[in-house]
Design a protein around this ligand. Sequence first.
Ligand code: ADP
Ligand code: MG
Length: 265
Amino acid sequence: FQLESEGPVARRIVVANQKGGVGKTTTSVNLAASLAVMEKKVLLVDCDPQGNASSGLGYYPADQRENIYSVLFEPTKIRKAIIQTGVPFLDILPGTQDLVGAEIELVDKFGREYFLRELLEQVDNEYDFIIIDCPPSLGLLTVNALCSANEMLVPLQCEYYALEGIAQLLMTYELVRKRLNPDLAILGVVLTMYDSRNRLSWQVKNEVRKAFPQHLFETIIPRNVRLSEAPSFGKPVINYDIKSKGAEAYLALAQEVERSTTSNG
Ligand code: ADP
Ligand code: MG
């Protein structure tokens, strides 16, 4: 009796912060695309009912016959829902509004926290990275995402209330790690929409550095209009304006992520 050799399993990075508009989707899409440029095989998982990661790459959930929701309860069908994007090495599992229903349907299911994990386990030896974009809440979809990952990346917008809500996120993280997914480590906090001319951005950076001395990424994502324009062209920023500050920053972040290793110590 011999076990089938399964190959190495992907690094599974969940991009989480229950606040909306902090750069989760922008980070998920552009980190995924930048890793793909480095010839890492990447699956981007759109776990937000708003489907912004999907539309940002030109995939409109309504057009997709199969999507994350349609296969969530039939994990072996996942390959039917995965789409090869125009970016080499980058695949996407598109999101859909129907995920709103999943949040409710999951509630009384046995093992409700592990449906996404079971789904992604079908393909996790086919990728180097799986990047999971979360909705702006700490509901069951986000908990499913946290249970599917082994690393958590937290985008933090450089604004006055940046750290507000982080305590709650970290509490959820600790609970998930203790009760549901002991493999989940903190990959890091990345500052987004940084404006060097703004004194507040600078203050937030220092506060975050104090709060997360071990976990703050060196790369800081600047506020850059190219990053906000790219999704309307259905492209990651590197395919829209490779010379922009935004493209440069996400390529640097991808390199930092690639070099980093996390431990649960
Ligand atoms: P979230 O997924 O956390 O809700 P998004 O990634 O959708 O946040 O970002 C919120 C808005 O800010 C979007 O319109 C996005 O295009 C814009 N945005 C995100 N990051 C940047 C940035 N670094 N510079 C400029 N605009 C940004
Ligand atoms: Mg989003």
